[in-house]
Design a protein around this ligand. Structure first.
Ligand SMILES: [Zn+2]
Length: 108
């Protein structure tokens, strides 16, 4: 079975597992709770991994993961921003400062 995704941050691994589960792509978690420290793995390499049960799912799984990470980035960027000219705080959806109409792009 091929490994698909791993991260030292366990919650990310579980997010990806959930993503695959939601799409009904068969996958398993390995190295969970360090119990899967199989032979060749050193302790430093024992972060959990998501493995695809069947390699034929990889293209679909990769597409899902790409979309997922892209959406996450969009959400992360969806925070209020401060105008560099007048220092007013603007909502994430605003493209112009509500106060002085300075375009957001010039600020970031
Ligand atoms: Zn402004």
């Amino acid at each position: 079975m091929p490994v698909f995704y791993y991260d030292a941050q366990v919650f990310k691994v579980y997010q990806v597992k959930q993503l695959l589960d939601d799409a009904q792509i068969p996958s398993v978690i390995k190295n969970d709770f360090a119990q899967g420290a199989i032979g060749e793995l050193s302790p430093l390499d024992s972060a959990p991994e998501v493995w695809l049960v069947d390699e034929s799912w990889r293209a679909r799984a990769t597409q899902l993961l790409t979309d997922f990470l892209h959406n996450q980035r969009d959400l992360a960027e969806g925070h209020d921003w401060q105008c560099g000219q007048c220092q007013e705080t603007n909502e994430a959806s605003f493209g112009l400062c509500w106060s002085c109409q300075r375009p957001r792009e010039l600020i970031d």
